[in-house]
Each structure stands twice: as structure tokens, then as C-alpha cells.
Design a protein around this ligand. Structure first.
Ligand SMILES: [Zn+2]
Length: 96
């Protein structure tokens, strides 16, 4: 899990997770208040674990004829993938 580049305190899973859904909002360290921004490759990791598997399932792998079933499972895949992303993405300190 990502730690603060300034004081090494670990960011919480929920803090990182919420930042994704707010359009990769910068994360502020609770300890020293240093701001961190997601790296571009962190966004790539997020997309390849969430949106990409959902689209691959939706367009190529879905066994359902029903659009709603496909969307439902696709969305579950997106959520499932997103649970792992806080462990994998990297942040860097914002220089002020
Ligand atoms: Zn800190």
C-alpha cells in the first residue's frame, strides 16, 4: 500500500479508493498534510483492472443474451477489480 513520501505513514485503503471515484483527487496525508497525486501509470492500472475487464466481458465473453444481465455482471467485475487497485497504484508528492 502507498505510504506518504514525506513521513512514511501508510494511507488507508478507503482514502485511496475514494480518490479514484472523485476523478483521482489528490490524497492528503493525515499526519503531515503533504498532498500526493496519482501517477499516470496508476490511472492505467486502475483502468486495466476495472473498465477494461468490464468491456472485455461485455463485448466478448458474456454468455447472456440479456443486456441487463451483461451490464450487471460487468459492473460487478468493475467493482471487484477496483477493490484491488488501492494496493497497486502509486502516488507521488506534489511539490509546492
Ligand atoms: Zn505524511
Amino acid at each position: 500500500m502507498q505510504t506518504c513520501k514525506n513521513c512514511n505513514r501508510q494511507f488507508s485503503w478507503s482514502k485511496i479508493y475514494k480518490s479514484f471515484w472523485k476523478g483521482y483527487e489528490p490524497i492528503e496525508c493525515e499526519n503531515c498534510h503533504t498532498e500526493h497525486r496519482i501517477l499516470v501509470r496508476g490511472r492505467v492500472v486502475f483502468v486495466s483492472l476495472t473498465i477494461l475487464p468490464m468491456l472485455v466481458f461485455g463485448f466478448f465473453l458474456s454468455p447472456f443474451d440479456h443486456a441487463f444481465a451483461t451490464i450487471g455482471v460487468g459492473f460487478a467485475i468493475l467493482l471487484f477489480g477496483s477493490f484491488f487497485t488501492p494496493y497497486l497504484v502509486k502516488y507521488k508528492k506534489i511539490d509546492q
